[in-house]
Design a protein around this ligand. Structure first.
Ligand code: URA
Length: 439
């Protein structure tokens, strides 16, 4: 068996055996297969897809590239949430503290930015000192003490995903059901959960552009979860527009601070409470999701979620003085604000274009070796559906790259639309699926 033969087989649309898939993944992790062959393999999968048994084999190869954590000595059900990726999606950073404050146990292996979408790890690392690369023993200790610990894939946990994820980010091979499924589910199964809430994003800013493809992805993820003994549910949620007001790493942490202090309402908080409520229910702490949502709201209202976020940050060596006094964070050198040229209602913000522009501003990577600029990104001063007066600010952009400022400003001007008439906004949650929806 050679890497060349396996790439050719997939390129020609043939099915791979479990052994061929295992060989390719294992030899890439050890360094015996180079990145250029893995890139070709990923592109072949992107174009040809994989059968359900190939996806199972791919996920197993990813999982067993590292350890699977046993958390049975920690009492209660362990529950996590994962999103398939969106623009301005900072929900994990809001709900991990909420659920931990409610007494849940949340082991969370997250990802970095992927393509035009942001990543939880890059956002957390924008907090000075915040560490996301603990060994398994330390991860378990922090989880048991605090109720949650947010880390990335490591050389011990889902190392195949760690290496392949970084390559997919820059080779345009992200929007593929088999590759997304193996990536997400390997991390979630390795971290030792009992139950999982999935946020499958739909729309221009997501990897699944329409409801049908998102349902297909959701079913694949649920099937893998349930086959591995994990209760798995999925919400399909809107990603036609960025989620919340901020896009970009530190800018999104500032928004999370507002959310955890109970100072924000709208789609981001509605979605956060729904997903946190579902986690609290799956953790066995309530009789239904509605009660879970009530608890989630209480955790924000009484300050417990904010306190827990500070506790998590301290536990993961972050400097909480920046969370307590966000204004002391260094600002990007260049900024520019777009103001409304007429009075109207903000009716469209193109999420894909916003995501691509934020990468150009420095908030994402274009090459594996690129460094993220934590202060770069975009702030929307008005949310979709809100009224804006002529001359009022609509969005501001922030960057340290002087020569991208005007180019990106012009692109973003075209990515927002203000309508002369008020329109109704679509719901953030579009659908719900669980094991009963599997064919
Ligand atoms: N999140 C992941 O962890 N992996 C993907 O491929 C997409 C979203």
């Amino acid at each position: 068996m050679t890497a060349y033969e396996i790439i050719s087989k997939k390129r020609d649309g043939l099915s791979l055996t479990d052994d061929e898939i295992k060989f390719f993944i294992n030899d890439f992790v050890t360094g015996d297969i180079p990145e250029y062959q893995m890139s070709a393999f990923l592109m072949a999968i992107y174009f040809q897809g994989m059968s359900s048994s190939e996806i199972t084999a791919l996920t197993q190869a990813y999982i067993h590239s590292g350890q699977v954590i046993d958390l049975s000595h920690i009492s209660g059900k362990k529950v996590d949430k994962h999103s398939t990726g969106g623009v301005g999606d900072k929900v994990s950073i809001i709900i991990a503290p909420i659920v931990a404050a409610a007494g849940g146990c949340v082991p969370m292996i997250s990802g970095r930015g992927l393509g035009h979408t942001g990543g939880t790890l890059d956002k957390l690392e924008s907090i000075p000192g915040f560490k996301i690369d603990y060994d398994v023993e330390t991860f378990i200790k922090k989880l048991a003490n605090i109720g949650t610990c947010l880390i990335g894939q490591t050389s011990e946990l889902a190392p195949a995903d760690k290496k392949i994820y970084a390559l997919r980010d820059v080779t345009a091979t992200v929007p593929s059901v088999p590759l997304i499924a193996a990536s997400i589910m390997s991390k979630k199964i390795a971290e030792g959960i009992d139950a999982l809430v999935l946020d499958v994003k739909v729309g221009s800013g997501a990897f699944m552009p329409d409801k049908n493809s998102a349902r297909e992805l959701a079913k694949t993820l649920i099937r893998i979860g349930e086959d591995n003994g994990k209760t798995t549910i999925a919400y399909l949620t809107d990603m036609m527009h960025p989620l919340g007001k901020a896009v970009g790493n530190w800018l999104e942490i500032e928004e999370c601070i507002e959310c955890l202090k109970g100072k924000q309402t709208g789609p981001l908080m509605d979605l956060s409470h729904q997903l946190a409520g579902a986690m609290i229910y799956l953790a066995g702490r309530t009789n239904d999701i509605e009660q879970g949502i009530e608890i989630s709201k209480n955790m924000v209202a009484d300050g417990s979620a904010w306190k827990k976020f500070l506790e998590i940050t301290e536990s993961q060596e972050g400097d909480i003085s920046y969370l307590e006094h966000p204004r002391k964070y260094p600002k990007a050198k260049y900024s520019k604000t777009f103001s409304a040229t007429s009075t109207g209602w903000l009716d469209n913000i193109d999420a894909l274009e916003v995501g691509l522009c934020s990468v150009q501003l420095g908030a994402g990577r274009q090459k594996v070796t690129d460094r993220i600029d934590p202060s770069a990104g975009i702030i929307f001063h008005v949310q979709r559906g809100e009224k804006v007066q002529k001359g009022a600010p609509v969005f501001s952009i922030y960057t340290n790259k002087e020569n991208t400022l005007d180019i990106i400003f012009k692109r973003l001007e075209k990515a927002v639309h203000i309508s002369a008439t008020e329109m109704s906004t679509s719901p953030i949650i579009l659908d719900y699926l669980d094991k009963n929806d599997l064919d």
